[in-house]
Structures are given as structure tokens and as C-alpha cells.
Design a protein around this ligand. Structure first.
Ligand code: FA5
Ligand code: MG
Length: 420
């Protein structure tokens, strides 16, 4: 029974994932709810919005290889070290990432495969995959989502730069005549520097190519909506351990700026590790759900996992259509307050993961409502408000109370908290 599946996978000796058995250890923190998503691979399901979005992006980049076959199980070395993440980077911690054991984790981003792909000699490629992160619970965050990594390398010499300049001319002409407003930042600045081994002129040209090609992609994706409103794109300086200069892109949607991708000029040491010489290039990582939510007007990220015909039947392969929400069922709020165990504090992500594991997709969001430290005993207390709402049926109060009871029981069993 799903609700009763053991969350304490730590106590299991081995886990079977995609047909192989893996030992667990004291840092194991994957849950059954997460492992159940691993074989699904939405980006390969013809007709699913994630898969259609993937093919539209692939068609915008002719001549690029398409990759989607790599296992989501990677070593922390591959996910982090190979990409120059510092040893103390927060992403490495068990509160942020899912570990099978010390030496094996679920990839947190598609960049984890950069070195592997460049090593094969690929210099124009797109890689689509499911990625996993421990995170908060709300309508735009889900612990499993999909990214598309894109990269392009040029010869780091006059002939390579001529190729970049010609491509930049072509892209500029295309963008000039379009209904798009772009807020830009400098390609290079003191806070977003050129790499010491790069010729600044080359780095600028490559960064410009990256921006122009992504602006063109966004125009292809969002420009044809037939509305009079121009598309608003905002470029922001960013930081990633494996690119410099680095950028993030936001687009304006329903009154809000939404971050949809990160990108930059590839760190030369990444290419060195892949044994690639005499090349310079860019890479980006797109959040496919975020883009699809805007394109299809899908209001809640959980819907991508729905197997309800009222969801799936609305989409056709290769076509962007506007999702019509079937009626919203009522939500049911339940609060839960507890004292943290003495001497330790439960992380928000531990709480959210536990809720997701016990109740599945019936949780719409979780908010930390209140927290305080008792002045005399020094113990800390947290109150969370859980919003229960199914996307395809009405929940009875009895059912929600039972679920809430299971959450409490699991909290006590797993973290030794004291319910208030
Ligand atoms: C990265 O993951 C980098 N690997 C991107 C990159 C690639 C940079 C290549 C440079 C070169 P970031 O953590 O910002 O960056 O995630 C990229 C995108 O994934 C975000 O912009 C967002 O659109 C999406 N995303 C991130 N977290 C979530 C989440 N919990 N749910 C849904 N989408 C998410
Ligand atoms: Mg980001």
C-alpha cells in the first residue's frame, strides 16, 4: 500500500533502481515517492507537453545532436567536482540532493553530463533529462523536473570567430524585426569576468552568440502567441561554478518575472577535463516545466505527472495548445505543530519530503507558518500549514484527517519529534 511504504529506506540493505541493485548507507535519503518517478521519463512520452517542448527546441537548433539516454544515477564527483563545485557548496548537502549512498546520487542538473558528452567529441548538442532536487512544495516546485542542456563549441581562432560573427549577424537580423523587448547586461564585467585563459574579444563574441541564440529561441517559443503584447526578456548576471561569464534569463508572465534558464561561457577547465583542446563555447540549462507552464497555461507543476485523461487528452504531439483547467476541487488546510528533537532541528526539506512521500501528489503546498524557541527550555517548535487538494477528485474530510494522522505518525517515527 502506497501510504504505508517505508520512508526509512536507510534501513533497507539495497535498492533496486532501473534494474540494478545499489547498497544504501547512513546518508541514503531517496524516498519511494521519488524512486517511483525515475522510470517515467516524461520527455520521451510522445504527445506529453514536456516531450513536445523538447522537440520544438530541438528543431530550433538544426545540426545539434540529441541525447537522452544517460542514467539519472551519477556520482557526486560527476554532478559536482568535475564541474568545479567547491567542496562546501550547499547543493552537495543531504538536505538539498537525493543520495542513494555516499558514492551515488540522483543528478541535480543536466550539466552533470557535460564532460562525458564533450569527451565523445560532440561540439553541438542538446541533452534532455529528468533531474532531482529536495526543495519546497508549491505550484512551481516539484522534486523531479526536466532540464535541457545545450552546448556549442567553436575553434578558438580566427576561423572560429568568423563563424560566430556570421551566426551573430544572422540572429540579429532575425531579432530586429520582431516584437520582443530585451533587457540586457554587459557580456563581460568586473563582477561577471572573462576567464584568465580566454581572449576577451573571443569570450565577448561567444557570450553574444549565446544570448542571441537564446533570444531567438524565446521568440520562437513565445513570440507567435498572436497577442499584441511584446515578449519581455530580462538578462541577469549570475554565478555558476562551471561558466564565466554567467547569466540567468527571466521572462515576464502574468505580472511576474519567472526564471527559466541559466547559462554562460564554459569554463576552460571543464573542456580540459574532457580532453577538448583549442575550443571555446557556451552552455545553457533550460527548466522545461517552467517554460511549458507558461506556453500551455498549466497552473500547477504536479499536473505534468497526471495520468488523468482530462489532462492527457488535451495535448497533441508537436502542438502547443492552451490547457483548460478542469474544475478546481476544494482545498483543505491542516496545521501541524511539533517540538524539534532536543539538540537537532529538522530541515524544511526533510519535512516537505516526508509529506510528499506519505500523501503523494495530494499536497498542493506546504508553508512554514510559525516557528519559535521556548524561552525557558530552549527547544524549538515549528508549525506548518499543509494544503491538501487533489487535482482530479474531491477529498473527504475523513480522508484528509487520516493522511494528516499518517504524516504525524511518520514524523514521530522518523525524526522523534513531539507533536504539540
Ligand atoms: C542549473 O541547473 C545549471 N546547471 C544551468 C546551467 C547550465 C548554467 C549550463 C550554466 C551552463 P539552475 O539551478 O538555475 O541552474 O536551474 C536551471 C533552471 O531549472 C531554472 O532556471 C528553472 O527554470 C529550473 N528549475 C530549477 N529548480 C526547479 C524546480 N525545483 N522545479 C522546476 N524547475 C526548476
Ligand atoms: Mg537558478
Amino acid at each position: 500500500n502506497f501510504y504505508r511504504s517505508a520512508v526509512a529506506l536507510k534501513n533497507t540493505q539495497t535498492l533496486e533502481i532501473l534494474g540494478d541493485r545499489h547498497p544504501t548507507d547512513e546518508i541514503t535519503n531517496v524516498t519511494p515517492a521519488i524512486l517511483a518517478k525515475v522510470p517515467v521519463r516524461l520527455h520521451t512520452q510522445t504527445g506529453h507537453p514536456i516531450s513536445t517542448l523538447r522537440s520544438i527546441i530541438e528543431s530550433y537548433y538544426p545540426g545539434f545532436s540529441h541525447i537522452s539516454s544517460f542514467s539519472p544515477l551519477v556520482t557526486p564527483f560527476k554532478n559536482f567536482d568535475e564541474l568545479s563545485f567547491p567542496k562546501d557548496h550547499p547543493g552537495r548537502s543531504v538536505t538539498d540532493s537525493y543520495y542513494i549512498n555516499k558514492n551515488l546520487m540522483l543528478r541535480t542538473h543536466t550539466s552533470a553530463h557535460e564532460v562525458e558528452v564533450f569527451s565523445k567529441g560532440e561540439d553541438k548538442w542538446l541533452l534532455t533529462a529528468d533531474v532531482y532536487r529536495r526543495d519546497e512544495i508549491d505550484s512551481s516546485h516539484y522534486p523531479v523536473f526536466h532540464q535541457m542542456e545545450g552546448a556549442r563549441l567553436f575553434s578558438a581562432d580566427a576561423s572560429g570567430m568568423k563563424e560566430v560573427e556570421e551566426d551573430n549577424e544572422r540572429l540579429l537580423r532575425h531579432l530586429e524585426s520582431s516584437n520582443i523587448i530585451i533587457e540586457d547586461v554587459p557580456h563581460i564585467s568586473s563582477s561577471n569576468p572573462v576567464q584568465p585563459t580566454h581572449d576577451p574579444v573571443y569570450s565577448e563574441l561567444v557570450a553574444k552568440n549565446l544570448k542571441l541564440s537564446l533570444n531567438g529561441l524565446l521568440l520562437r517559443l513565445f513570440g507567435g502567441s498572436g497577442s499584441e503584447e511584446p515578449l519581455r526578456v530580462r538578462w541577469i548576471e549570475a554565478y555558476f561554478p562551471f561558466t564565466s561569464p554567467s547569466f540567468e534569463v527571466e521572462i515576464f508572465f502574468r505580472g511576474k518575472w519567472l526564471e527559466i534558464l541559466g547559462c554562460g561561457v564554459i569554463l576552460q577547465s571543464t573542456l580540459d577535463t574532457a580532453n577538448v583542446q583549442g575550443r571555446i563555447g557556451w552552455a545553457f540549462g533550460l527548466g522545461l516545466e517552467r517554460i511549458a507552464m507558461i506556453l500551455y497555461s498549466i497552473p500547477d507543476i504536479r499536473l505534468f505527472w497526471s495520468t488523468d485523461e482530462r489532462f492527457l487528452s488535451q495535448f497533441k504531439a508537436g502542438e502547443i495548445s492552451t490547457f483548460k483547467s478542469y474544475s478546481k476541487y476544494p482545498s483543505c488546510f491542516k496545521d501541524i505543530s511539533y517540538w524539534h528533537p532536543e539538540g537537532s532541528t529538522l530541515h524544511d526539506n526533510d519535512f516537505c519530503d516526508l509529506v510528499r512521500d506519505v500523501v503523494g501528489d495530494i499536497v498542493e503546498d506546504v508553508k512554514l507558518f510559525d516557528s519559535f524557541v521556548h524561552p525557558k527550555t530552549n527547544r524549538s517548535s515549528s508549525t506548518y500549514r499543509i494544503n491538501y487538494r487533489s487535482m482530479d477528485r474531491s477529498l473527504s474530510n475523513k480522508e484528509v484527517n487520516e493522511l494528516q494522522g499518517l504524516v504525524e505518525a511518520r514524523l514521530i517515527e522518523k525524526f522523534r519529534v513531539e507533536i504539540r
